[in-house]
Structures are given as structure tokens and as C-alpha cells.
Ligand binder design. Structure first.
Ligand code: NOJ
Length: 556
């Protein structure tokens, strides 16, 4: 495998709206991010992915872009952004933007012009189709619920939106659209961004016939995914995109891909793949309900371990995945993946250990490094997220009570990860001197950066050690390129693997059960590189792990 500049890096996702507010408007900003670059550097971060900061009406929190060339004034100015690039560079850090090109905002000038004349030049930037017998052109359900077709008042036309109706899908069959998008991407790359996280990219390929499918729910609709699954040829679009943009700049790209077809991994992230890497969402998908959040399932440890090892094995000779436990679209990983008895600092460190030391690029999400948790909201009005409101409604329609629907939101809502970053125990967790745009998790008095910075055994200081270990001169090579070999698979609730390359080997052991566990093996002579507890019980032929204990052994 040819080595790439980003292979041994650690990445961190910032959700700008909730990171740090410096002007008291309750919304995080670029100046806030700049002021925390040293914090991130000290944590061990090299690449920073910013969720969208472009001009937007914020119907879907910036994933609805109305001007790709402007920074939204909520976040600051283009000068602030240039300063961020400069300051990151000084620290040898990379800025990666979010690239949202499956759709734009209905307030984008292209769409505004298209609405004036759906049959004209800009109409062809989108998918306008005539309705059928007074109904939408097909029976697709948008990802956020309801029909994926919105009627244009006063005409027979509907336009396609796979997400919210304020996010019209762009027509990737139109060369003019591609030219506009490529020019814009290259403009940002010329400015000095190191690459992109690429949003919802698998959706760009459509079946222009837009055929209806068998309904899959009581609403008579079928998930728009069915149409995406039914078409081939996204690879050609992705290759063209890469050749005209990223490749020319040796840019780093990490894709959000859900509906990849079997055996396509090599085309996506192989040596000459469409992208540098893509997120491993295999554990996230385990909780998906058949109809929505209201029938989502708790994740069993065995499944969690099985799917991670499957991804690791599948990708080994192909490329690199990006490993996450959470992001801005997910609940907090510590709530989702840890059994109840492990929802404590030892458990948080254990989850961090097994995730960060996998083969692939570790992506931390803001707050993960201090063990931020899901936030209980008292009513649906306390939520902001458009998806959460849609899922709540679907839950009520399916017959759940208000309390049950709120519980489903507590377990699954995207706002769980979007509550403001907890910097200290002062008002609003030190996030803002104004009124935060979203509720601050009341646990900030106990869980915050300031407290953890000053405490050597905190989750934060443990994450620093984890990231430092990946970069330690003696272990960097094996922890970057070494295969991930599962161990102790017949032991339930034990997550164990070796990272191996040539004669080098690192062993990671973690006990997810609520009882001490004895694992046979010759560990006594190995150096202990990390231990999330003070002690460890070793004999010449075994190691005993306490509940939630995670230990990393080095070379003999
Ligand atoms: C995926 C993004 O991560 C999510 O936040 C957004 O709502 C959709 N794509 C639509 O852009």
C-alpha cells in the first residue's frame, strides 16, 4: 500500500454551532474554534473536520447551503476563516470542510431561478417532474419523513428533495451543474483546505424515471433509498468528481456512504478509489429500526464486536476506514454502545481504547474526549433538529405516547450530540455568555474540559495518551498499518485484538462484562502501554481484567 500523508493522522469533528461562542449570540463561531486550536493540538489532533459553515438558512443546520462561496455570518467572516487556515497551518494541522453537493438550499439562487421557470435553464439544475393524476411523480418517502416531492405552487410540477423540502436535489446529469460544483470545490482547495468530508454522496445517482415501489409503511410511501439501491453507475460520477477536483490537489476525502453495494469497497476506498476513506457506520446501523427511531433496537455486544471485526477484515487489503463512535447525526457513543454498568469513566476510556486503536483513521467527535452524554429533553419543544421532530411525529402516529416518543428521541436524537461543548462549570458550561441555541446538558458541572484537564486520571487525559500512543515512534507503524487480528472471540463480552505488522505486535484487551475475567495468555513479560485502571493482575499464564478494564500491551 502506498503511504499517504493522512494515514497516521488523528481527526476531530467540530460542530461549529455548538463548539465555542465568542460574541455572546448563543452560537459557536470561527473565533471560538481558532482559540481552541492549541487545545486540539495538545489532545493529539491533526485534521479538523468542520460541519458546514457556509451561508445557509439553517433548516438542516447548514446542510442546506444557499451560497457555497460565503461563510455564514453566524460563524464570522471569510477573514476569520483565512485566519483559521493560517493558524492551523502554523500548528501543522489540516482543515477539512463539509461538502454538501447532493442538494443545496431552496434559497440558493439556482433554485430561486428554477422556481421562476421549471422548464428553463435552472430548472434543469434540479429534478422537476410533473405529477401523476394529482399525485406526486412517485411514492418516495424523504429521509426526514413525508413525500420526497414538493409541489411548485401554481404549476403541475413537483421537485425532488431526498431530505427536507428546503433541500432540493441537484441534477448530476446536467454538465452545467457539475461544472459549477467542480469550480467551487477547486476554489476551496486553492484557498488551502486539505480536503472534504463528503455528505450523502451516494444519493447523487438517480433513476430519472423515478419509478414507484411497493409501499413499505402505513403512509403508502417507500423509502427513497429504494430508488438509490435500484440504480447503478454512481462510480462514474464519483470518478469524474475526483479527477476534476481532489486528485489534482492530493486532497483528503472522507465520504458518508450508507448504501454501498456489495464488493464496491475497493472502488470506494481502494488504492485508486473514489475517496481517501469513508466512515465505518456498521455499528450505527445495528440500532436502525424497521420503521424509525420508535422501533430502534438496543445494540448487543456480540453484534457490536462482530460488525467491527468484519469491517476491519474486509478493509485490510483494500484501504482505510474512518472509525467513529459518534458524530453530529448520532446519539453519544457512550450511551449507545456501553452497557449500563459501564457508563462511567472507566467504561468511557474502554470504549475509546477499542475504537481509537483499530486500524483506520480515528475520528473523534467534539465532547467525546470528555465523555459527553445524551441530554434528556423535557418536551419535543426543547429539540431543534428537523429529523428529531419528524421521527417524534412518526412515533406518535405509530401509536406511541408522548413519553414513549420522547424516550425514543432520548435514545436516538441527533441533538444528543449537538448540545453545546462543556468547557467548564461556569454558566452555560463556558460555551456562551448569551443564551445557547440548544440546551446545555445539565451534567456540565461534573463533566467539563476544565475539571478534566487538571485531573491526571480523567477521560480527557486518557484520550491524550491514546492518541499519543498511535504516534509513539516505536508503535506508529504497527498501529497505523498493522492488521487487526481478533482475539478471544469465544469469550463473551471481551473485546480483544492484536495489531500486527511484520514481527511487531500490540495487544488490546477490554472487558465489557460486569465481572472480573481471566484471560489465558503470556502477558506478564509484555510492557503495559496503557491501562485505564491503576492496577492489573498478571500471572505467568494469564491476565485478570476487572469490569470495564482496558489494557494495551506492547512488544516483548
Ligand atoms: C448527512 C448529514 O450528516 C446530516 O446532518 C444531514 O442532515 C444530511 N446528510 C443531509 O445533508
Amino acid at each position: 500500500m502506498n503511504k499517504k500523508w493522512w494515514h497516521d493522522k488523528a481527526a476531530y469533528q467540530i460542530y461549529p454551532k455548538s463548539f465555542l461562542d465568542t460574541n455572546g449570540d448563543g452560537i459557536g463561531d470561527l473565533k471560538g474554534i481558532i482559540s481552541k486550536l492549541d487545545y486540539l493540538k495538545d489532545l493529539g489532533i491533526d485534521i479538523i473536520w468542520l460541519s458546514p459553515i457556509y451561508q445557509s438558512p439553517f433548516v438542516d443546520q447548514g446542510y442546506d447551503i444557499s451560497d457555497y462561496y460565503k461563510i455564514d455570518e453566524k460563524f464570522g467572516t471569510m477573514d476569520d476563516f483565512d485566519t483559521l487556515l493560517d493558524e492551523a497551518k502554523k500548528r501543522d494541522m489540516h482543515i477539512v470542510m463539509d461538502l454538501v453537493i447532493n442538494h443545496c438550499s431552496d434559497k440558493h439562487e439556482w433554485f430561486q431561478k428554477a422556481l421562476q421557470d421549471p422548464e428553463g435553464e435552472y430548472g434543469d439544475y434540479f429534478y422537476f417532474r410533473k405529477g401523476k393524476n394529482g399525485n406526486p411523480p412517485s411514492n418516495y418517502r424523504a429521509y426526514f419523513g413525508g413525500s420526497a416531492w414538493e409541489k411548485v405552487e401554481g404549476t403541475d410540477y413537483y421537485y425532488l428533495h431526498m431530505f427536507a423540502k428546503q433541500q432540493p436535489d441537484l441534477n448530476w446529469n446536467n454538465p452545467k451543474v457539475l461544472k459549477e460544483l467542480y469550480t467551487m470545490i477547486n476554489w476551496w482547495l486553492n484557498k488551502g483546505v486539505s480536503g472534504f468530508r463528503i455528505d450523502a454522496i451516494i444519493n447523487i445517482k438517480k433513476d430519472p424515471e423515478f419509478k414507484s415501489f411497493e409501499p413499505d409503511g402505513p403512509d403508502g410511501l417507500t423509502s427513497v433509498c429504494r430508488m438509490v439501491d435500484s440504480v447503478d453507475g454512481v462510480g462514474e460520477l464519483l470518478e469524474d468528481l475526483k479527477k476534476n477536483t481532489f486528485e489534482k490537489y492530493d486532497a483528503f476525502t472522507v465520504a458518508e456512504v450508507f448504501n454501498m453495494k456489495k464488493d464496491e469497497l475497493i472502488e470506494f476506498v481502494g488504492e485508486n478509489g473514489h475517496f481517501s476513506t469513508m466512515f465505518d457506520f456498521s455499528t450505527h446501523q445495528l440500532s436502525f429500526g424497521e420503521h424509525g427511531w420508535y422501533d430502534s433496537k438496543p445494540i448487543q455486544f456480540e453484534d457490536f464486536r462482530r460488525v467491527i471485526f468484519h469491517s476491519q477484515t474486509e478493509c485490510l487489503d483494500i484501504g482505510f476506514l474512518a472509525n467513529i463512535i459518534e458524530n453530529h447525526d448520532e446519539p453519544r457513543g457512550v450511551n449507545r454502545y456501553l452497557p449500563k454498568h459501564a457508563r462511567n469513566e472507566a467504561g468511557f476510556k474502554m470504549l475509546g481504547t477499542v475504537s481509537v486503536l483499530l486500524r483506520g483513521l480515528p475520528f473523534l467527535y467534539q465532547g467525546q474526549e470528555i465523555g459527553m452524554q445524551n441530554c434528556r429533553m423535557n418536551s419535543i419543544d426543547e429539540y431543534d433538529d428537523i429529523n428529531t421532530k419528524g421521527e417524534y411525529k412518526m412515533a406518535l402516529e405509530a401509536g406511541l405516547s408522548d413519553r414513549e416518543a420522547l424516550e425514543a428521541c432520548y435514545e436516538n436524537s441527533r441533538d444528543n450530540a449537538r448540545t453545546p461543548m462543556q468547557w467548564d462549570d461556569s454558566a452555560n458550561a463556558g460555551f456562551s455568555s448569551g443564551t445557547p441555541w440548544l440546551k446545555v446538558n445539565p451534567n456540565y458541572k461534573d463533566i467539563n474540559v476544565k475539571e478534566q484537564s487538571g485531573r491526571p486520571d480523567s477521560v480527557l487525559n486518557y484520550y491524550k495518551k491514546l492518541l499519543a500512543l498511535r504516534k509513539n515512534d516505536s508503535y506508529r507503524e504497527v498501529l497505523t498499518y498493522g492488521a487487526c487480528i481478533p482475539m478471544y472471540l469465544d469469550e463473551d463480552n471481551i473485546f480483544a485484538y492484536a495489531r500486527e505488522k511484520d514481527n511487531h505486535k500490540v495487544i488490546v484487551l477490554a472487558n465489557f462484562s460486569d465481572k472480573p475475567r481471566v484471560l489465558n495468555g503470556d502477558f506478564a513479560n509484555r510492557p503495559i502501554l496503557l491501562n485505564n485502571m491503576e492496577n492489573i493482575t498478571l500471572s505467568p499464564s494469564s491476565v485478570t481484567l476487572m469490569p470495564c478494564q482496558a489494557v494495551v500491551f506492547g512488544e516483548i
